[in-house]
Design a protein. Structure first.
Length: 316
């Protein structure tokens, strides 16, 4: 069936912040010659780069949530369909980066990686409440008492395996949401919106990434809750009229949580629940201090972690 060719690149002198998100990393890379060199080969040589692999953190968060932390290198892998394209890219990169980079060209047998991944991913159980199953394995049995969420996952929009998603799902499972109004801010693949809707909530789901938003809408349709969720790419002009919400959940980056702290806090009903996730331990105090200023000091935040990721929850 032929071969593919990979270039493994280790850039050892990364001149940027030691802790940045994937989107910030891509933005930074687009400003320098490394990105221009690699992306410039798409269509310019026989054998175009058709995928990229980045090692960013051990927990494989969704895009825009991946972090590069405490390391002085970036490891990337680019795949080419023809050897001469890979060799041309290797030569150009070495000419531009010299001793700043380690680069290795490898011939690899052709594999249908998408098919291989689909066969390997059978779903994930988030005890004690949820089971997320892929569309191609929708009939899979789930543990007793679990609510099944069917989705068509992708590596770009999450599969429910990430710690931040599971922390939020655990909190949702503990709440009574029948007839409640929920805001899912930064919905991603829509798992949390769908989970809330399956528990009887009416959900406002906001996600700025157009492709992720489509994924979330598809997820709602697969689970028969499209009528329970209203999707928006940005905060709607009539957002204030949609509030207050009985639950606000935001699983997103620290800087976004802080930027929208006033909007999210003021949209919460007086005795509503607030769940904030996507945080590392060093983020907790800053985010908690900002949000606590909007609430009665007698209502405290509790912090819960799974691996290196943390969730803040406003207690009643």
């Amino acid at each position: 069936m032929g071969s593919n060719f990979s270039l493994s690149l280790k850039l050892s002198k990364f001149l940027g912040p030691k802790r940045i998100s994937r989107s910030e990393w891509l933005s930074e890379m687009s400003e320098n010659f490394l990105a221009h060199s690699l992306y410039g080969f798409q269509g310019a040589f026989e054998g175009e780069a058709f995928s990229q692999e980045r090692i960013l953190d051990s927990d494989l968060p969704p895009s825009r949530r991946d972090l590069i932390r405490d390391q002085d290198f970036i490891l990337s892998k680019f795949y080419f369909s023809e050897k001469n394209g890979a060799e041309a890219a290797r030569k150009e990169i070495l000419n531009q980066l010299g001793d700043q980079i380690e680069i290795q060209l490898e011939e690899i047998p052709f594999e249908d990686w998408n098919k291989k991944w689909r066969e390997a991913f059978t779903g994930v159980d988030v005890s004690p409440y949820w089971s997320i199953v892929p569309l191609w394995n929708a009939e899979r049995s789930v543990p007793s008492g679990h609510q099944k969420i069917v989705m068509n996952p992708s590596l770009g929009f999450g599969t429910g395996e990430h710690s931040t998603t599971q922390l939020c799902l655990a909190a949702l499972g503990e709440l009574s949401l029948e007839g409640k109004k929920v805001l899912d801010f930064g919905a991603g693949s829509g798992i949390l919106s769908v989970a809330a809707a399956l528990k009887g909530a009416d959900v406002i789901s906001i996600e700025i990434d157009e492709m992720a938003l489509q994924s979330a809408q598809d997820c709602a349709e697969m689970n028969g809750v499209s009528d329970k969720i209203k999707f928006f790419q940005f905060l709607p002009e009539n957002f204030s009229s949609l509030a207050p919400f009985d639950l606000v959940v935001a699983n997103i980056l620290k800087n976004v949580l802080i930027e929208f702290s006033s909007t999210l806090s003021k949209s919460l009903a007086p005795h509503g629940d607030l769940i904030l996730s996507g945080l590392l331990e060093n983020d907790l105090k800053e985010v908690q201090d900002v949000y606590q200023s909007y609430f009665d000091p007698r209502r405290k935040f509790s912090a819960t972690n799974l691996k290196e990721w943390w969730r803040l929850r406003l207690e009643q």
